[in-house]
Design a protein around this ligand. Sequence first.
Ligand code: ZN
Length: 134
Amino acid sequence: MNYRLTAILQRKDDMYVALCPELDIAGQGEIIEEAKSNLKEVITFFLECASESEMKYRLPDDIDISPIEVEYTDNEIMDILDEYEKQGGENMHCPRCDKPALCESQSDESDPTVIKVSFSCKGCSVSQNITIML
Ligand SMILES: [Zn+2]
């Protein structure tokens, strides 16, 4: 029997962990290839030893693995926005190193509810383009 399964490789400290999400089984190794082949061994062992009911439970045939996209605002942007609101932009100091930073805001002519802020600090080389919705 052949199964086509997924391996998710992740670096954890100085090791690689390979996870098979369909079976919820993991292997590890010092390099990616080692983690993958360890995972293969563990899965092979599992498939050879598992009972039929456990196989059915672990290997459902309606599994779908697809990439998803998520959006979030990182802390750096939140800090810049906080400072922007407090200091009004023009003489802004960098929230990270507190040195004077360059901050230009521009309103979007086609959409008056949008302000585009470009922020850059030479002190700690942070540069961000932020869109603010009013
Ligand atoms: Zn800075």
